[in-house]
Design a protein around this ligand. Sequence first.
Ligand code: NAP
Length: 353
Amino acid sequence: MSGGETVLVTGGSGYIGGWCVAGLIQRGYVVRTTVRDLAKEPAVRAALGKIVDPGNRLSFYAANLTADDGWDAAVEGCDYLLHVASPLGVADPKDPNELIVPAREGAKRAVGAAIKAGVKRVVLTSSVAATNKGQQTSDWTSTEPADPRGDWVSDETIWTDPAARGVSAYAQSKTLAERAAWDTINRSDGKTTMATVNPALVLGPVTSGDFSESVQVVERLLSGRVPGLPRLGFNVVDVRDVADLHIRAMTDDKAAGERFIAAGQFAWMADLATLLRERLGSDAAKVPTRKVPDFVIRIAGLFDKDLGSVTPGLGHKHDYSSEKAQRMLGWKPRPLDETILDCARSLIAIGAV
Ligand code: NAP
């Protein structure tokens, strides 16, 4: 339990941010959260109310990643910062800076304000997109350089090279933001420490219709908004486990200065479809059964930006290891079935499919 310590969570209106706020309240912390627009407070409280009653232990602050205003006031007097907010984007925007600038400059603002306020520990939500093998930096010293198009397993020692060919704007934004945050911490006096959590594809229960882009994987399958099953696969991680890892990384002395991949089991789209059809009966009637050949997706990807961004991964198993978080912090990802079925049932319950 927390002894009433105060934590600032940035982006409490988001999927992971919301579950972090809930997890902290459940453990007895006093929580502040930033939103871009304070008019969102009632909707965020309503969504959160489905998980936990925050009583008088939750307050809201306005801050935008793209502006200096509000950050110092939000973090002053806090013991910890969970910096979760960052723009998401499956499809590449015309200008990568649309994602890169808010992510990187926002990370500098949030971490800089936390150092100034003397918080004990910052936990930054990075991504496995910042740990991609085959897109490594030139100072990466492993003896097994990987083909980005082949199968591989990655871990926290790997850094994506944001300048490498084929790296998405989102992967650039997460890598550059994480680098900027480490640089900011490393230049400070050392009193504030940092850890990062680098999640894979985050799924699990949603509490409102305004859900993260990652949830579209299950939403599109359930609503039949995909014509068939491409040979795409992901490491899935439960949003509740991602929140739990943030809190472990926040409080465990051993986590200072460390990156932690948050990833559960790898699954192909076809595995997810089979699971939904077998376990959800008529609720999964629209889930496709037909596999789509890679060439069809590649051609469609020429016209559809969302598809175009995923075609390089077709047929390849890009796996991420969370062995470090399990070994060092005692973290345990829950089984894939529970995550997928709870995600699907929550989408059905709110009428999103
Ligand atoms: P989400 O539900 O879309 O939440 C994103 C949050 O960031 C929202 O609270 C959003 O606030 C905030 N935000 C975006 N741009 C902002 C800006 N300019 N200023 C202030 N706040 C801003 O997405 P999520 O899945 O929870 O993602 C949260 C974090 O996890 C991100 O750092 C993301 O990169 C990382 N992550 C996600 C996944 C995944 O599969 N979902 C995987 C790996 C890493 P508004 O409500 O104002 O839009």
